[in-house]
Ligand binder design. Structure first.
Ligand code: GMT
Length: 381
């Protein structure tokens, strides 16, 4: 198939999922065309099966904000015709599904390019639910030829907010070969020079991730006399507040900020406990990646996380903001090597058996085939 994929290229899990899906589809013999403002960070290689089409935008003094959505729609339509795309698959509803629908409608006299929208989380639960975007998001769902959501939770949230239920749940995925435990990595010695245990948090440091809760947990671990270090991977708006909190709590020296990293697996592969104290998480991709690396997860019991992390099985779940319990859970894991190993092994099994690329990518392909077939049948009628 010839597949157009649009993602937010630089920021967040939806971009990772869309990019890695494209890479895997290309490895399976499909032609993938990424259409976005810049090359998505996870797309590291372009070749005859993986191409990139940059959305160009003219700037003009009259535009207070550049109309990216329209430039994107124009590029989608151009690429769809030039490359004879079988479908456009957009990740994150706003504005991508609207641009894709516009593109589809603008060329429908010449060809019909079906639009598939994958919902990732805040496009439904936060941004899409805000009254400034709600009607257009509902329109995007209704007009898409197919809609998928990354968790059962997100499907249910979409039904409740948008009264729209024609949604296929296709969960996020990991490549089991890429996400593995790497206990002998030299990075371990660099980050924990005295053999300390490593608590790792990976996110885009937005308020919804509550990264400052990790600082509270680390402070509790230190107060309990456990030798550990907290590693923050990623960057985002809350980062300076987190640094300040660490300073305030007197644990600045126990925390390392490594910033954005191209290869998250380097850090997860040596972690002892993964912390994800988010306020909202439709799936929690980082928790899945951690489990694939045999790392127990301490997280919140919200959104799609309970679908991914087994409480008492592969990690421990708490109410949002309950740092006392999250600290106790972290200490429990740090103090019990066997529990850590058992949780880690079960986590790896859970990730590989339920969420490996082998399992999930064929679900996307089957969905594409169904949507394309239905669109062709409708066009013929
Ligand atoms: O977090 C967002 O605002 C959007 C999105 C992103 O691009 O990071 O995150 C969502 O998609 C991820 C990939 O499907 C999920 O793993 C995250 O749980 C989800 N974030 C939220 O629901 C807050």
């Amino acid at each position: 198939m010839n597949i157009g994929i649009t993602v937010y290229p630089t920021y967040g899990g939806s971009g990772i999922v869309g990019s890695e899906l494209g890479r895997d589809l290309a490895e399976r013999g499909h032609n993938v065309h990424f259409i976005s403002s810049v090359l998505p960070t996870r797309v590291t290689e372009l070749n005859e099966r993986v191409q990139f089409h940059e959305v160009e935008m003219m700037s003009y003094a009259l535009f207070e904000h550049q109309p990216y959505d329209l430039a994107l729609a124009t590029k989608m339509a151009t690429v769809a015709r030039a490359e004879k795309l079988d479908l456009l698959h957009v990740h994150y509803a706003i504005p991508h599904s609207i641009s894709a629908i516009l593109a589809r409608e603008s060329i429908k006299q010449k060809m019909y390019v079906p639009v598939i929208t994958t919902l990732h989380g805040t496009d439904i639960t936060l941004v899409g639910a805000d009254r400034s975007y709600l009607p257009i998001t509902r329109y995007g769902l209704q007009q898409s030829d197919g809609v998928t959501a990354v968790s059962k939770f997100l499907k249910q949230a979409t039904i409740e907010t948008f009264d729209f239920d024609d949604i296929e749940v296709i969960p996020n995925f990991i490549c089991p070969l890429h996400y593995t435990r790497t206990p002998d990595s030299p990075l371990k010695g660099e980050l924990a020079p005295n053999g300390e245990r490593l608590l790792v948090h990976v996110s885009n440091f937005r308020a919804v991730k509550r990264p400052a809760d990790c600082v509270e947990i680390m402070a509790g671990v230190k107060a309990a006399g456990k030798a550990a270090r907290l590693i923050f991977v990623g960057d985002g708006p809350e980062l300076s507040a987190v640094r300040y909190r660490a300073e305030q709590m007197g644990i600045k020296g126990d925390v390392t900020f490594v910033g954005k990293q191209a290869n998250i697996a380097d850090y997860l592969g040596i972690a002892d406990v993964f912390l994800l104290p988010s306020e909202l998480e439709s799936f929690g991709l980082a928790a899945l990646e951690a489990q694939a690396c045999e790392v127990p997860v301490v997280a919140t019991r919200i959104g799609g996380i309970p679908e991914v992390v087994g409480d008492g099985e592969t990690g421990f779940l708490s109410d949002v903001g309950d740092v006392t319990k999250m600290t106790a859970d972290t200490l429990r894991l740090l103090g019990d090597e066997e529990m850590r190993r058992n949780f880690g092994e079960r986590g790896r099994r859970n990730a590989v058996e339920r969420y490996s690329t082998e399992k999930i990518i064929p679900q996307y392909i089957a969905f594409y085939e169904r949507v394309v077939k239905k669109a062709k049948a409708a066009a013929a009628a």
